[in-house]
Design a protein around this ligand. Sequence first.
Ligand code: NAD
Length: 491
Amino acid sequence: MGFARKEYEFLSEIGLSSRNLGCYVDGTWKANGPVVISLNPANNQAIAEVVEGSVEDYEEGMRACSEAAKTWMQVPSPKRGDIVRQIGDALRTKLQQLGRLVSLEMGKILPEGIGEVQEIIDMCDFSVGLSRQLNGSVIPSERPNHAMLEMWNPLGVVGVITAFNFPCAVLGWNACIALVCGNCVVWKGAPTTPLITIAMTRLVAGVLEKNNLPPAIFTSFCGGADIGQAIAKDTRISLVSFTGSSKVGQMVQQTVNQRFGKCLLELSGNNAIIVMDDADIQLAVRSVLFAAVGTAGQRCTTCRRLLLHESIYQIALDQLLDVYKQVKIGNPLEKGTLLGPLHTSESRKSFEKGIEIIKSQGGKILIGGSVIESEGNFVQPTIVEISPNADVVKEELFAPVLYVMKFQTLQEAVEINNSVPQGLSSSIFTRKPEIIFKWIGPLGSDCGIVNVNIPTNGAEIGGAFGGEKATGGGREAGSDSWKQYMRRSTW
Ligand code: NAD
């Protein structure tokens, strides 16, 4: 079926049409749930229709998936690694189209859309190496003539629930590792990015089919909270990896805990950048700009709080206001755009509501603060001067709103950094080693990501990604995150 607009025709190259079935169940595309329309956030016009899955579709998919797990976990892990390598190769051939789709459906700018798909390719490469290193250990036994070993086995089925803002990279962080560890994957993408869920699934399914493997090794559903809840409750799913808001994440965790399942949480952030009096101000300003405005403030690692030392407060703020005035706002697919739209008209309303609350709590808007009249969900990049103690500062407003505050000492800045419920990412700009070591030490930042002289956003897949406190405590991607996707036995 043809697309409403010529510029959407590239979608047929990644297996999409104007009407799509949203569940991949045991090698078949089907769906018996409601029909939803995927919208372009830049103009709120339809891209294509998707039929979502029903709970019955889920049940059928899960039956096949748990059956497939018995086959997949017996494939030697380097061979599983080779399948993930082939997924990486398939992604390379469709990098441009998939990146364009991410930009079109989510609303982030094109280089970020392509970057997101590249991140999965990198995860594939990482996981191929990992597939030969799922090593256990030999432990000295205290008993004579005994040996003691530690061994890692697959969990079975891993459930992955993802958020709209990274509609495919987060799947990649989880699925690449889960698959080489010998697990089948059940994925529910975000309800507002169903085309990305379908396109990614088609690509993975193609690789499984080419290798004559059970298709249910990778099972996926477009849908909302009902499918998410079914995953959380399902005793056949040993690990649920959830990415999204702290509010929903807490509900999911409680449901999974009730059945003694394992949960890996990647939840909301509220990230600060501290600029010390000795910092390279130009470097800091450039970093803050992209950390606060990039992805229209819809990254979990977006910089939401800027803490400036009192002696450089005005000079740094003036430079920042200056670069904010030059931000190019527009179609995320157009070259040169830095700030695209918010993802939905609901997000735009939350921005407006947020600005009202900010004002009512004493916040002073220094720049921005309004929605932009247009068909799309555009808002102005905003800087607010506000007290670190205002209640609104403790919450994550998922929009390009930056709170600026003043401090006098490092200790005070670290206290402000740590004073919010969330603990994802943080950064300090300084040239002094003694400050850096305090910052990364036991009395420094309480976040999972502790940066120096780089922004809060952007993470390398080689490190473990995740945060503390209300961010959920999970760690994904690199380092030894793989251990969460396996069960350890001591024998
Ligand atoms: P959200 O919590 O609204 O939704 C996330 C996912 O949960 C979606 O797939 C949704 O359909 C599903 N869901 C909703 N209700 C459910 C339920 N009752 N049971 C099970 N699943 C349910 O989040 P969002 O608006 O899509 O994403 C933005 C949030 O995600 C922000 O808070 C952001 O900080 C966070 N996030 C965190 C990370 C991280 O790595 N820490 C990464 C990306 C996004």
